[in-house]
Design a protein around this ligand. Sequence first.
Ligand code: OGA
Ligand code: NI
Length: 335
Amino acid sequence: MELERVQQIASLSKCMDTIPTDYIRSENEQPAVTTFHGAVLEVPVIDLSDPDEGKIVGLISEASREWGIFQVVSHGIPDEVVRKLQQVGKEFFELPLQEKELVAKIPGSQNIEGYGTRLQKEVEGKKGWVDHLFHIIWPPSAINYRFWPKNLPSYRETSEDYAKRLRGVADKMFEYLSKGLGLEPSEMKDGMGGEDLIYMMKINYYPPCPRPDLALGVVAHTDMSGLTILVPNEVPGLQVFKDDYWYDVKYIPNALIVHIGDQIQILSNGKYKSVFHRTTVNKEMTRMSWPVFLEPPPEQEIGPIPKLVNEENPPKFKTKKFKDYAYCKLNKLPQ
Ligand code: OGA
Ligand code: NI
């Protein structure tokens, strides 16, 4: 049987110094060739406990225009809640393969939820060195426990606790992003579907890779969400593209990494940038990450917010339903 999971391939190639050719990127993508090693430019780090809200709004707005990504510290989610989330995710990926396959994606289904390996059609048949688990964590009406790990007693409680607390951070982010464009505080979240916003959890599992110089974890992309809020583990690997170079994102304990996704770029009519990013892998250590994609409900129409459009600023994007946007993106069709 063909080995499908990267975790299996990694455990077989542990003592080798090669990887299957399917995982070797072309030279213009290989991290050893394309990572910038000069003066370090750092993704902005923003302290959310600053009593000066105007300052926070200014920093978030600037980071979202210049980088499309920033880290937040003192965000109000207790360290213990995040630590538990990481623990149960790690426990899931350490279960025997058959246990993980119980929550596998349904082959041929349009639903991306479940345990899986490939998300999009791969370019030139090349594969990323990563497995994942996807499932919705909010709102309760959209959750399908069919895709949540079985036989891990605290998985559900831990993930639901994180979801509940993440909502507070997400609401603040949308508010700051609205204010940063001179909009009413609720306008960005309303544009994203308000209380119907979907929180899609993904756990990425990047096993050790014998040739991290040749492979990539997640290949370069922008997220199709509105915002993505990500918890990393201590193994660095996230890189962002800025001014023609790939930069490493520094690991900061207890920080959350906030990405601007395609839908906020569209709502803001291009003022905020959807960040182009990718991940590298590590020779000895397992990298994991827990992004939550904040997505509009499928039927939500997304286009530039009318107040941001005028004669000097014509709409830069089409208005379309999120489900149609997602279909084109996943199938690599023009928008
Ligand atoms: C993703 C992603 C980054 C990371 O899954 O979309 O970009 O740090 N992950 O794992
Ligand atoms: Ni991403």
